[in-house]
Design a protein around this ligand. Structure first.
Ligand code: DC
Length: 223
């Protein structure tokens, strides 16, 4: 049986940074499910489909072949055979991913892929519905969160470090809107699984969060 760790939480809580570190230390494969929704969103954008065109989204998503490979521990997302890692980290794609991921066909297709990956190897998987829908039997479930102000500050620092000129209030507003959409959608909304452990990273350093989760995994594995 493979060992499965689920990390859910809102955008900017630090899920991917933390999951990557844990994967490295513990020898798990890191699966970033947000990247799959982003690849799908990129496909819609490239095909001129708008977020509100639900019928088109539900039909067209069948033509998007999304697969995952790993190279030197890094996840590579292939969209119809092409590596799209360098194209999915924009605000435009993130917002389209949040909007298009409310659709049933999109979710069913990607959830199936995620479940297959977790069945064959030890994984640490992050997203919004991992502990609740994708891997309800996960060995360790974490709900990682932080205040919207702290998350906006992290995003602001990240963008200004890249030389982008951005407005802090605008970023926080977009984060609040994205949380609202992810938490109130009808299918698989973001919520803490009943058996998940809540970790609030607002006042914690990255290593502190990593160590906390690793201890939980080790406890579980020694049982
Ligand atoms: O984690 P992220 O910012 O890369 O995710 C982008 C969007 O994809 C997020 O706003 C909602 C959606 N998503 C989802 O619905 N379910 C997941 N398991 C992961 C992401």
């Amino acid at each position: 049986m493979s060992f499965n760790v689920a990390i859910d939480g809102p955008a900017g809580a630090g899920k991917s940074t933390i999951a990557k570190k844990i994967a490295k230390k513990m020898g798990y494969i890191y699966v970033d499910t947000g990247a799959m929704y982003r690849a799908m969103a990129l496909f819609f954008i490239e095909n001129g489909i708008k977020a509100e065109e639900t019928d088109k989204i539900n039909t067209k998503c069948k033509d998007a072949d999304i697969t995952i490979t790993h190279e030197n521990g890094e996840q590579i997302v292939l969209l119809n055979g092409k590596n799209v890692n360098g194209m999915i980290r924009t605000e435009e794609v993130g917002n389209m991913a949040s909007a298009s991921s409310v659709n049933r066909e999109v979710r069913e297709k990607l959830v199936e892929l995620q479940q297959k990956l977790a069945k064959k190897t030890d994984v640490i998987m992050d997203g919004r519905d991992i502990g609740t829908v994708v891997l309800p039997q996960a060995d360790v479930k974490i709900y990682l969160t932080a205040s919207s102000a702290v998350r906006a500050k992290r995003r602001y620092d990240e963008l200004t470090a890249k030389g982008e000129r951005v407005d802090f209030d605008h970023i926080e507003q977009r984060i609040i809107e994205r949380d609202h959409r992810d938490m109130t959608r009808e299918i698989s909304p973001l919520k803490q699984a009943e058996d998940a452990i809540r970790v609030d990273s607002s006042d914690m350093g990255i290593d502190e969060v990593v160590d906390t989760i690793i201890k939980l995994c080790q406890n579980k594995q020694s049982k």
